[in-house]
Design a protein around this ligand. Structure first.
Ligand code: 3HC
Length: 714
């Protein structure tokens, strides 16, 4: 017996406990331990039933993704070898009851489905999220799940990767009982019941009753494939998982398992699996920040004051209310405050219509947001988030005002997207308690928050901001204080390059199509129209010195703004918008672009999509390399998390820096150097890109070797 799995016997029930922190992943030790435990319990004549539980916070959260990562990168080991174990569990004459709490995911659910019975606590969740890692279930999940819940439900679960809750699982037939109260005790008493009942205990692999009749299968599979294509755009695994499920419905169990295994191994080594596994660990990695440990005292945020009830402030208020945090929302006058509240209500109403919230949930959330002109209760808030528009003088003025009202120890955060945190901190008497919280619009939806560390931001303030972001259900990435921070700083060259491309002869539609074809959630011109062209216009006016003197400046965007074409909100921007709000190319804009380009002496020609991708995405990567080298991002992987969570970069490409590694840094560097020669100084290769390319290295290697520290860290 090993330490990862222990057995204790009580009143005829062997309680097998899996203990492999943090999430009881299926390491080889766990698999061996379970195998031994089943043997031991089978031999013990005093044992009449077996219960398998997970120690700590969860049942089994899946195969060990570290092992899968090795497999993805070419190792022959790393895939959990579970067929023999699952067969042994299922063939045990004594009843085996799986007792689930926390999350039974992936391989965890696959183990559970090999048991004869399953019970769970009310808040347990079960799912097959493998597609989110670019793979499909590899331990017979695609063969057992449809035998328990039916083909349609299995398709839905495996394609979406979303876990279901215990009640849903009970209704679907995935579990047999919900246990209220202590799980091991409840599961043991259930086990005694079924043991006393005697007879044969159900083997999932032998069940046929939930599988659909042959003639119903094709339409279910077609619907599944359609679902995969529509909802999981560009992903290979959600389509492939339907193939494995098809095998469950059409082949004998053993043949179905062989089919699943073949698909699993093919996908496990795919580019998408490499990228998505990278994205998984990158996201977990962002919480590791030098100078911050589990012992760094993070304050609890009970009450948040938000200044500014516009799009950002309102969205942040909703994010807080959704997380159960009370908010005091304020603005300069009644009118914007009322408009802001009305927008919040309207957004919640849409959520009710879409079935995301019940009216009661909305009522509870609205009750958490108290709005008032003036800084009511701001002497009680634990955190102030200033979310007025990008104007340094205004932001400083507000920070000074709240500093005099807020209690000592309260944190002042600014939701700036480009301005200097240290300037804002200097306007207060508590610079160590000032931090940037750069939310993304809509703030109640977007997962990313850049947490900007100023020169004087204390570790405690940073730890509090990180914990706060987590509580909101967001991914908080700590970044240094440079202009535009990480995301927007990289965005500027990307956006400029797109605009130069249209001046040089591409159209906004062609650039956007190339970018969405690459996998970006939206094209850059459609994004600009959605965000509002006036936003960037204001930033350009605020940061007049943004471009180097003499550097080429885009010609068109300012003109569009002068014409009142602010994007979707005015029905016209780079595109024009009808009632369906779909972007339509506008001849007026195309003519304007051409006219300005010709007047500016720009030579126009046609572009291939490949050129468009190189000009835009490589600009992003080159700037990313600078940001990394200068220490404003801790890791290349952090940049990837920022871009996949805040800027619509496809996670299946891992993020811009991971993508660069996969293309090869030498190839990227060579293209950047060519652009430098042909297009001028703005394409000067980032020194880090040049160095890594010449060393034959990668950003991933750089991350491994770097003992990171942020510029501006105290
Ligand atoms: N393997 C290895 N490590 C894992 C893991 C896994 N399956 N799941 C989580 N971890 C690690 C995380 O990397 C993190 O490590 P760290 O503390 O060193 O950074 C730690 O466990 C805690 O994870 P989270 O920070 O994500 O904790 P949360 O409480 O927020 O979430 C969770 C817990 C819901 C279990 C979430 O971690 C999760 O979704 N994990 C992945 C689940 C999954 O995809 N399972 C399927 C795996 S593939 C599979 O099973 C193939 C099979 O079909 C053969």
């Amino acid at each position: 017996m090993n330490q990862a799995v222990t057995v204790s016997v009580d009143q005829g029930v062997a309680l097998v406990t899996i203990d492999n922190p943090p999430v009881n992943a299926l390491s080889p030790q766990v698999i061996d331990g379970l195998d031994d435990a089943i043997d031991q319990a089978s031999r013990d004549a005093s044992v009449h039933a077996i219960v398998i539980v997970g120690a700590g916070r969860t049942f089994v959260a899946g195969a060990d993704i570290k092992g899968l990562e090795q497999l993805a990168w070419g190792s022959d080991s790393g895939a959990p070898e579970m067929h023999a174990l699952l067969e042994k569990i299922e063939d045990t004459p004594k009843p085996v009851v799986m007792a689930m709490h926390g999350t039974a995911l992936g391989g965890g659910l696959e183990v559970a489905m090999a048991g004869h019975y399953r019970v769970a606590v009310p808040d347990a969740q079960m799912g097959q999220p493998e597609v989110n890692l670019g793979i499909i279930p590899g331990a017979e999940g695609t063969q057992r799940l449809p035998r328990l819940v039916g083909l349609e439900k299995a398709i839905e679960m495996c394609v979406s990767g979303k876990p279901i809750k215990a009640t849903d699982a009970l209704n679907a037939g995935l579990i047999d009982r919900i246990v209220e109260g202590e799980l091991a005790a409840g599961a043991s008493s259930f086990a005694r019941e079924v043991a006393a009942r005697g007879g044969k205990h159900p083997k999932t692999r032998e069940r046929q009753d939930k599988l659909p009749p042959r003639d119903a299968v094709p339409s279910m599979l077609a619907a599944g494939r359609e679902l995969a294509r529509k909802t999981r755009r560009n992903l290979e695994a959600p389509v492939a998982v339907v193939d494995a499920l098809e095998a469950a419905a059409t082949l004998p169990f053993a043949e179905g398992c062989a089919r699943e295994r073949a698909i699993f191994f093919e996908l496990a080594k795919s580019e998408q699996a490499k990228a998505l596994i990278h994205a998984f660990f990158a996201e977990r990695g962002v919480s590791k920040v030098p100078g911050i440990s589990k012992d760094t005292a993070a304050a609890t945020i009970r009450l948040v004051g938000i200044v500014g009830a516009g799009t950002m402030g309102g969205g942040i208020a909703m994010a807080c209310a959704n997380a159960g945090i009370n908010v005091r929302l304020t603005d300069a006058t009644e009118a914007p405050l009322e408009a802001g509240l009305a927008t919040i209500q309207k957004n919640y109403d849409v959520s009710v219509k879409r079935g995301r919230f019940t009216p009661q949930m909305v009522e509870e959330r609205m009750a958490r947001i108290a709005a008032d002109v003036g800084y009511h209760d701001f002497d009680e808030v634990d955190l102030v988030i200033e979310a007025v528009f990008e104007n340094l003088a205004l932001k400083k003025e507000i920070s000074t005002a709240v500093d005099t009202i807020a209690k000592p120890g309260a944190i002042i955060a600014t939701n700036t997207s480009t301005l200097d945190i240290d300037d804002i901190a200097a306007a207060t008497s508590r610079p160590s308690q000032v931090v940037g919280l750069h939310f993304f619009s809509p703030a109640n939806v977007m997962r990313l928050v850049e947490i900007v560390r100023g020169a004087k931001t204390s570790p405690e303030t940073l730890a509090t901001a990180m914990a706060f972001a987590r509580r909101l259900g967001k991914v908080g990435v700590v970044v240094g204080n440079c202009r535009g921070f990480v995301g927007n700083r990289m965005m500027f060259p990307y956006m400029y390059e797109a605009q130069f491309l249209v001046e040089e002869g591409a159209t906004p539609r062609q650039v956007d199509d190339a970018l969405t074809g690459f996998g970006m959630a939206m094209g850059i011109f459609a994004v600009d129209d959605m965000a509002g062209l006036d936003v960037a216009w204001r930033v350009r006016q605020e940061l007049k010195q943004f471009s180097e003197p003499g550097a080429r400046k885009p010609l068109v965007a300012d003109r569009l703004c002068e014409m009142g074409r602010f994007g979707q909100k005015t029905g016209k921007g780079w595109y024009s918008y009808g009632d369906d709000r779909k972007p339509q190319p506008d001849p007026e804009v195309l003519a304007l672009i051409e006219q300005l380009a010709v007047a500016g002496g720009i030579r126009r020609r046609s572009f291939t999509n490949e050129e468009i991708i190189e000009r835009t995405i490589y600009a992003l990567i080159n700037e990313g390399a600078r940001v990394l080298d200068e220490g404003f991002a801790l890791r290349a992987a952090d940049i990837d998390v920022i871009y996949t969570n805040g800027y619509g970069f496809p996670a299946w490409r891992g993020g811009p820096m991971f993508y660069a590694d996969r293309v090869g840094l030498k190839e990227i560097y060579d293209r950047v150097a060519t652009f430098h020669r042909e297009l001028g100084q703005r394409w000067a290769p980032a020194p880090l890109l040049e160095r890594l390319a010449k060393e034959g290295s990668t950003f991933k290697e750089f991350d491994r070797s770097r003992a990171g520290s942020l510029v501006g860290a105290s």
